[in-house]
Design a protein around this ligand. Structure first.
Ligand code: ATP
Length: 234
């Protein structure tokens, strides 16, 4: 399995704060790669550099062996948390609007099926619940048929049922051979979805391994139970 994305010596300083401190990892094609860590660990800063939104202070990011630049924009889908959805239009109209930006968008019925949007198609964007909004944002991210998709804490703030529903969607998208980079606070989420996990803290990658090996090492192999409150954070 070849690597789709590689980062080497990636560093970001905000003034005197070193938010990301010379980290290295590679993401093999087709896997779900998890970036875990507590608040302030440096996950968002890392993912934003990988998305090309933030300029690194130092280091290198390559996509299929070539330095990451705007040429790859449509090959990477991003589920932005803060995307302001257009108001007074429906989910269906929003999907159509976004599809029009791309010369070869994913067929609408495929987007609807992969993101379970059937029941909210005629709903106004302003009336979406947290879970429905995440499904919609995921739909927008997969319209350009990206080879890789970035999900930054997609289930934070969702109730346990909505989290589980969202996990099913992520697994469905992975089956379509899309590589996934997921940041999360939740060990149970990473355990269920991820093939490899990098654990970050204070800007550094402390561990990089499969969930099974990390659990065996730190939790004596015990399964991390999914709590009703959905608050199993590391
Ligand atoms: P969270 O899970 O809370 O989103 P995180 O792991 O994503 O946390 P980052 O948001 O990347 O962490 O933050 C890493 C460090 O960089 C923190 O100390 C944070 O305060 C700092 N930081 C992030 N953005 C900025 C900024 N624009 N200016 C200054 N410091 C920043």
């Amino acid at each position: 399995m070849s690597d789709i994305m590689t980062i080497r010596g990636l560093t970001k300083d905000y003034g005197t704060i070193r938010a990301v401190d010379s980290i290295d990892f590679s993401i093999p094609e087709g896997i779900c790669f998890g970036l875990l860590g507590p608040n302030g660990a440096g996950k968002t800063t890392t993912i934003e550099m990988m998305e090309g939104i933030l300029t690194p202070t130092a280091g290198q990011i390559t996509f299929r062996g070539k330095e990451l630049d705007t040429r790859f924009r449509e090959r990477i889908g991003i589920q932005f948390q803060s995307t302001a959805l257009p108001e007074f239009i429906t989910v269906r109209e929003t999907l159509e609007l976004f599809s029009a930006f791309y010369p070869n968008p994913r067929p609408m019925d495929e987007v609807i099926r992969l993101c379970s949007l059937e029941d909210i198609l005629e709903q106004d964007n302003r009336k979406l619940s947290g879970g429905q909004r995440q499904r919609m944002l995921l739909g927008l991210a997969i319209i350009p048929k990206p080879e890789m998709i970035f999900l930054d804490e997609p289930t934070t703030g969702l109730d346990p049922q909505a989290r589980r529903n969202f996990w099913d969607l992520i697994q469905g998208i992975k089956k379509e051979k899309t590589t996934i980079l997921l940041t999360t606070h939740y060990m149970d989420e990473a355990q269920i979805l991820c093939d490899q996990i990098a654990i970050m803290d204070h800007g550094k990658v402390l561990e990089l391994d499969t969930p099974q090996r990390l659990l065996a090492k730190h939790f004596d192999g015990a399964l991390v139970r999914i709590p009703r409150e959905g608050n199993s954070t590391i």
